[in-house]
Design a protein around this ligand. Structure first.
Ligand code: PMP
Length: 375
């Protein structure tokens, strides 16, 4: 017998700005095919599972002690990965890690945002940027995006000049649209942000390994207010691990340590992430397969007569349905066929994550039937 529920959230003395809001999260439904949360559909390969078990066993022997608070070995391996793949050398002092890039973003907002400060994103984009802003008491500004979902650099720079935000989010490739941002646009927005405040510019590259274009990481050189955030949740197929990281000037890494909880990364997390990094090449092989499947989804959806936004991510935004009601109805009809995609609240559009070839075939069959019903 637990304690009886005698009150509701609204009767509790919670912060005013949280009243009437709901927790973030996609529906976790019991269906055959999950293509709704941009996960990697491939389970970790068995040799990596064995290596994780080995590393975690060793870590378990030391669990009476707190973990390495600065996660130095892990940060140095992440730096090695970035140096090898992102076209720019970085060292341990450039890299910081936390429990998912969501926590990286939270630490950045705790450090550079907070009460009396604001952050801007160009929407539709990753809605957690605004929600983490709210959670940290940072004011949120919804900046503009073009009809075709690319960033309108002039309009974005004007919004930065007008609002003078403390933190600017640029998501590339963008979620939920799949749209990548080029280096010139980032540089223009960085200049606008420095002229206005100066503010911190966060480039969220959660999906960059799936992009047709190179990482924007080299831009951190000589730009101490530019941060690139990354995750092992997508390309490394390790969403359950909870490991995100950033690369920036060492001063930014020093600054986030002012707000991080001591020992925030457990010894188990550090051991598991290190094991996964030993298998980078195998995991990046899956990324190549997923990129091919992503491109196939784009092509086949267009062949079926859908509108599709060019995608540099491991998901595809497709439509166009009749407004919010139309996309919701389409979402439901696809779900009725056992396939869960995502309605991100962009009226007229849905998002599907690239799955295994069989999952993508099942999805394409479902939308083929939907198209027949609706024409
Ligand atoms: N950034 C973007 C753009 C995302 O889409 C996501 C996950 N959906 C994240 C960050 C957070 O991922 P995680 O906390 O798993 O690293």
């Amino acid at each position: 017998e637990g304690a009886e529920r005698v009150t509701g959230i609204d009767d509790l003395p919670i912060r005013e700005e949280l009243r009437g809001t709901s927790p973030y999260g996609a529906p976790q439904l019991d269906v055959d095919v999950h293509l709704n949360t941009n996960e990697n559909p491939y389970p970790l390969p068995e040799p990596l599972v064995e290596r994780i078990a080995e590393r975690v066993r060793a870590a378990a022997r030391g669990l009476n002690r707190y973990p390495d608070r600065d996660a130095v070995e892990l940060r140095s391996q992440l730096a090695a990965y970035l140096s090898r793949t992102a076209g720019h050398p970085v060292t341990t002092s450039n890299v910081w890690a936390a429990n998912g890039s969501n926590e990286v973003i939270q630490q950045l907002l705790q450090t550079f945002g907070g009460p009396g400060r604001t952050a801007i994103g160009f929407e539709p984009s990753y809605s957690m940027h605004g929600l983490i802003a709210r959670g940290t008491g940072t004011g949120w500004i919804s900046g503009p995006r073009r009809e075709d979902f690319r960033i309108d650099v002039d309009a974005a720079a004007r919004a930065i000049a007008e609002h003078r935000p403390d933190v600017v989010f640029i998501t590339s490739p963008n979620n939920p649209t799949g749209t990548a941002v080029d280096a010139d646009a980032v540089l223009a927005l960085y200049e606008a942000a420095q002229a206005a405040r100066p503010s911190l510019v966060v480039v969220d590259e959660a999906y960059v390994e799936f992009s047709h274009r190179p990482s924007l990481l080299p831009l951190i050189e000589g730009r101490p207010h530019l941060v690139v955030s990354r995750t092992m949740s997508k390309a490394f197929g390790a969403a359950g691990l909870r490991l995100g990281y950033l690369a920036a000037d060492p001063a930014v890494v020093d600054a986030v340590q002012l707000v991080r909880l001591p020992y925030h990364l457990s010894a188990i997390t550090q051991a598991t992430a290190l094991a996964a990094l030993e298998h980078t090449d195998t995991l990046l092989g899956y990324v190549e397969q997923l990129k091919a499947e992503r491109d196939r989804l784009v092509t086949e959806l267009r062949d079926l007569g859908y509108e599709v936004t060019d995608s540099d991510a491991n998901f595809v935004q497709f439509g166009r349905f009749e407004g919010a009601a139309g996309s919701h109805e389409a979402w439901q009809r696809i779900l009725d066929r056992g396939i869960l995609v995502r309605d991100n609240g962009v009226p007229g559009w849905l998002r599907v994550s690239a799955g295994t070839p069989a999952e993508n075939d099942a999805f394409l069959d479902a939308v083929r039937e939907l198209k027949k019903e609706q024409s």
